[in-house]
Design a protein around this ligand. Structure first.
Ligand code: HEC
Ligand code: HEC
Length: 198
C-alpha cells in the first residue's frame, strides 16, 4: 500500500462523507477495505485485521485517531485523516459491522515459539513483573470490551504494536506500557505469535 492509494482513499472519503454517514457498510466495503481488506480481513500486515474485533475497542481507537491521541507514525499517516471525517454515529456503526465479521485464522508454524508464547500468555513472566495476557485479553485472545481481540491478527502487526508501546511511539496506552516494559524482543515475538494463532 502506498501514498497514492492513501490519498485516493482520503479524497474518496471527503467526497463520499455525506452519503457514507448514512451507510457505514458501504464505507467499510469501499474506502476502509482498500487497506483493511473486504470485511476487515486484510492481507498485508501493515493493516490490522478488523474482522471480529471487540466493538468497544474499535470505537475507542477510531476516537483516539480522530483526537490525535494514538500518534505512532502509521496511525498519523493513515488513520488521522480517515477518522477526522467520521461522526460518533458512523464510528459506532462501523465498530458493530466489523465485530459481526468472521475473524481470520492465523497459522504460525513454529511450535517452540508458540510454546514459549503460551506460557507468557497464560502465566505472565512473574520474575519480570509481566502479567498474564489472558487476564485481560481472554483465554483465547478473543478480547472483551476495551481489551482488543488479538486472535487472528497479523503477528507482525501485534509485534510492532508491542514494540510501539515499549518505545513510547504508541503512547496513549499506559496499561500496555506497564505490561511490556521489561519484555525482551524475543518474549514479545513469542507472546504475539501465540496470541495471533488462537
Ligand atoms: C490508507 C490505508 C487505510 C485506510 C483507507 C483505512 N485504514 Fe484503518 N488503519 C490503517 C493502518 C496502517 C492502521 C494501523 C495504524 C498503526 O500501526 O498504528 C490502521 C488502524 C485502524 C484501526 C485500529 C485497529 C487496531 O487493532 O488497533 C481501526 C479500528 C481502523 N484502522 C479502522 C478503519 C476504518 C473504519 C477505515 C475506513 C473509514 C479505515 N481504517 C481506513 C490504514 C488504513
Ligand atoms: C491489565 C490488562 C492487560 C494485560 C494484562 C495485557 N493487555 Fe494488551 N491491551 C490492554 C488494553 C486496554 C489494550 C488497548 C490499548 C489501547 O486502547 O490503545 C491492549 C492492547 C494490546 C495490543 C494492541 C492490539 C491492537 O489491535 O492494536 C497488543 C498487541 C496487546 N495488548 C498484547 C498483549 C500481550 C501480548 C499481553 C501479555 C504479555 C498483554 N497485552 C497484556 C490490556 C492488557
Amino acid at each position: 500500500m502506498n501514498k497514492l492509494i492513501a490519498i485516493t482513499a482520503l479524497s474518496l472519503l471527503a467526497g463520499g462523507a455525506a452519503q457514507a454517514q448514512q451507510d457505514p457498510r458501504a464505507l467499510a466495503n469501499g474506502i476502509c477495505s482498500a487497506c483493511h481488506g473486504p470485511a476487515g480481513r486484510s492481507v498485508s500486515p501493515v493493516f490490522p485485521r478488523l474482522a471480529g474485533q471487540q466493538p468497544a475497542y474499535t470505537v475507542l481507537q477510531l476516537q483516539a485517531f480522530r483526537g490525535h491521541l494514538r500518534g505512532d507514525p502509521n496511525a498519523q499517516a493513515y488513520m488521522w485523516g480517515m477518522a477526522a471525517q467520521l461522526s460518533d454515529e458512523t464510528i459506532n456503526a462501523l465498530a458493530d459491522y466489523y465485530a459481526a465479521q468472521k475473524p481470520v485464522q492465523e497459522k504460525i508454524g513454529d511450535p517452540a515459539l508458540i510454546a514459549e508464547g503460551e506460557k507468557i500468555f497464560k502465566d505472565g513472566i512473574p520474575a519480570q513483573g509481566v502479567p498474564a495476557c489472558a487476564s485481560c485479553h481472554g483465554t483465547n485472545a478473543e478480547g472483551q470490551a476495551a481489551f482488543p481481540r488479538l486472535a487472528g491478527q497479523h503477528v507482525e502487526y501485534l509485534t510492532a504494536q508491542l514494540l510501539g508501546f515499549q518505545s513510547g511511539l504508541r503512547s496513549n496506552a499506559p496499561i500496555m506500557l506497564a505490561v511490556v516494559r521489561t519484555m525482551s524482543p524475543e518474549q514479545i515475538k513469542a507472546a504475539a505469535a501465540y496470541a495471533a494463532s488462537r
